[in-house]
Ligand binder design. Sequence first.
Ligand code: PMP
Ligand code: GLN
Length: 378
Amino acid sequence: MHRMQDFGETIFAEMTQRALAADAVNLGQGFPDADGPSAVLEAAVDAIRAGRNQYPPSTGFPDLREAVSEHQRRFRGVEVDPVTQVMATAGATEAIATTILALCEQGDEVVTFEPYYDSYAASIALAGAVRRTSVLRFPDFTVDETSLRAAFSERTRLVLLNTPHNPTGKVFSRTEMDLIAALAREHDAVVVTDEVYEHLVYDAEHIAMASLPGMADRTLTISSAGKTFATTGWKIGWITGPAELITAVRTVKQFVTFSGGAPFQPAIATGLRLPDTFFAELRDVMRARRDLLVDGLREIGLPVAVPSGGYFVVADCSAWGPDGLTVCRELPAKAGVAAVPVSAFHDDPAAGATLVRFAFCKQPAVITEGIDRLRRTF
Ligand code: PMP
Ligand code: GLN
């Protein structure tokens, strides 16, 4: 298909295959290597036994939509009507694709930041839209106002934002969020904000775009259960925002999956209602893993950008090879470790060319083993 000709196998699939073939420690694809809270797992088993195994409504079961609405109020101070302003999706991935398909006409422009999560470029291409990017540069990844302004035009339809950010671990600051909001308003654009790492914020404040003054009316907020409850394979995500935009996205979703994940929806509703202590412990556990990986990579001598949020650490691996892609293709067989090149998240492969992303959503012993293997190799 012409629109998809630039897209082959995803970088995550390639690096996980290489990791499996070399029996490597997989610090590439971002998925946890241990189960999440047992209350959530048990709730799924209970839901299966209770017969919740047929099609949910295409917007999701009411108990999940109500739990999402309560979660937005509790953590973000944002009010959304569970009937008209919340819909369930097959993970954040479907939420991103259906949102772009629903809101963009051929040739409309989508402003986003580079590096970006890989599905952004593919979803924009599927819709026949055009991506306009502003580059975040290692090691600070701060927003460059001049390049961001230049990415907007009279064709701008959407701004696609991701905070906390994959792959950099950046958490957008209030000043940066205010700038993005002001530009969106100026160009009458809708902001689509991907907040799948919203509960993985270590030493910054997560600011929800929908909570900024005047932004709830033009913001679609996407999140997902995968990261928060260590259930990436369940693919339960959701979108919240203005009713007319949710209706537009639902129209597309009806013909993509219609619905999915029946017994997992009430289980995630249980998760979203867990007490504050669960979310605080998750953050503390992940912060300790971040520190373990950051310290280890620094000891080996790599320049590292310390992430404020998310699952990943970006390091400059120019000492290990000509570029990150070559390094990551060799790393599983050479060192017994898998990682992901940041160039895979860029339009211009020269941007971030020597940068490599390492995941820390793994058991401490696995992170330590990965570091030991790298130390022995380099
Ligand atoms: N957005 C970002 C920034 C991600 O990192 C991921 C996956 N890790 C997704 C979306 C996809 O989420 P899901 O697995 O819920 O489809
Ligand atoms: N989001 C995960 C990551 O960034 C991968 C998801 C996938 O394999 N598509 O590593």
